[in-house]
Design a protein around this ligand. Structure first.
Ligand code: C5P
Length: 223
């Protein structure tokens, strides 16, 4: 079967996952959240007692035979670590830091690459991440670079975290976001950057509904 792949890359907090999930639902595509996979490896590394920055110890976790897999229930992606559903545990500010930390390690990226490519071979996917259009699916039929100003992104993330009961300030969220942007953009392994053939969608001034419509408008001609 000829499959269609939509790659959506961009910095954290641009609304990628919410928008990609909604668009996938409307268009009948499978939504693949690759950030969740990095978060899951981050969780495994954290559980192994490895502190942020102890890069040389990460390989031992990969070698221990951990398994990161995806499961779909009513179209919703769940991510499993050795069979345990960790979808909720990976959504904390600490796991954001661990995800960013492990994602700079080439062996971690290589570990996840096959699973991500395999998904696109077997399903019509909307896959979001940082390097989908540049590294994972360079031949994707549609590539979108989804972004928004750091202020707009941190405000949205702040509201989301407060709704979940996290005790954070807007300043902390903005500082974390700027740090993660910097780390994601400057790392040697698959840095975050717009693919040459990606279409830029800036959601700073758009509502969620408008953002979803803008993304679907880019995708529809390829269907
Ligand atoms: O998208 P999300 O915020 O869940 O991603 C968590 C972290 O995982 C990002 O800050 C980034 O460092 C990393 N990541 C990545 N490549 C991807 C997806 C996420 O490096 N394709």
């Amino acid at each position: 079967m000829k499959t269609i792949a939509v790659a959506i890359d961009g910095p954290s907090g641009a609304g990628k996952s919410t928008i990609a999930r909604a668009a996938a639902g409307h268009l009948g595509f499978v939504y693949v959240d690759t950030g969740a996979m990095y978060r899951t490896i981050g969780l495994a590394v954290c559980r192994a007692g490895i502190a942020l920055g102890q890069t040389e110890r990460i390989q031992s976790v990969l070698d221990s035979g951990i398994q990161v897999s995806l499961k779909y229930e009513q179209g919703v992606q769940h991510v499993l670590l050795d069979g345990e559903d960790v979808s909720a545990s990976i959504r904390t500010p600490e796991m954001s830091k661990y995800a960013s930390f492990v994602s700079a390690v080439p062996a971690v990226r290589a570990f996840l690459l096959q699973t991500q490519r395999e998904m696109a071979k077997t399903h019509n996917v909307i896959m979001d991440g940082r390097d989908i259009g540049t590294v994972i699916l360079p031949d994707a039929e549609v590539k979108i670079f989804l972004t928004a100003s750091a202020q707009a992104r941190s405000k949205r993330r702040f509201i989301e975290l407060r709704e979940k009961g996290e005790d954070v300030t807007l300043e902390e969220v903005l500082a974390d976001m700027k740090q993660r942007d910097h780390d994601d953009e400057t790392r040697a392994a698959a840095p975050l950057k717009q693919a040459e053939d990606a279409i830029l969608v800036d959601t700073s001034e758009l509502t969620l509904e408008q953002s979803i419509a803008a993304v679907e408008a880019v995708i529809r001609p390829a269907l």
